[in-house]
Design a protein around this ligand. Sequence first.
Ligand code: PAF
Length: 294
Amino acid sequence: MNHPQSPPPLVIETDPLAMRARVAEAVRGGLRVGFVPTMGALHAGHDSLVSRATGECDAVAVSIFVNPTQFGPREDYSRYPRTFEADCGRLRPLGVRWVFAPSVEAMYPAGDATRVHVAGPADRWEGAFRPGHFDGVATVVAKLLSAVPATKAYLGEKDWQQAAVIRRMAADLLLPTEIVVCPTVREADGLAMSSRNIYLSESERGRAAAIARSLDRGSELWDRGVEAETIERSARESLGSVGFEVDYWSIVCEDSLVPVAELPAAGGGVRPRIITACRLGSTRLIDNRGLPPR
Ligand code: PAF
């Protein structure tokens, strides 16, 4: 018998239709179901999404699925960390009810021919540097939300563009799940938590916090009224000088992802955000920071 304080037993479900039946039954019974989609290799950033979900919902599902279609041919699909047992051990005390862990074959059955393509916020930045990435993300998230028809789904703000693309898709496809975007969790030196941080060598890890510092500095310059293009140039130069290859470091409208420098001067109502992707050795890191409107 369970102690009254002990978390509910964790159910691991691999079959999408059985998963959907479990969630649908809970929702029919009047429960609010929260959903945290992940690729595993869980860290404190995922914990914070789960805590928010358990705080707002009656039952929580977490998916663990390393989605092949969102990786490019030269990306890290095969070496992406897979730590399923440790992930389940981490989720158990957090009060998660279901782990949805489908196989690639279950998510992409024989003859699979459908891709979800989101334009608009998906076109630039990650969309340009990682062609096909957002088709893979949108497709898998549409499938995951079909298998886990939750009341709310929780995504991390660290992947800001991903969250904007998924929100766009959910609105366009009239999906009933509310998309909730939660704050980035950071290491003590400011580095945004990511499953890919484990790829950093000791010396790269020491330098990686320069990305977060560039966001601090950019935000100070923005508050002082410096023009977006000047701030961007200075951030790219300073990251370049400490060994980063900067794919982009730009101040954009946070919903459309269009650079503020391209918007009409009287672009009232625009919520600006710095977004960046930088490479350190073979590791690619992304980060972002909201700025006050001007
Ligand atoms: O952010 C991630 O971990 C993945 O892109 C997601 C949303 C789980 C889709 O595979």
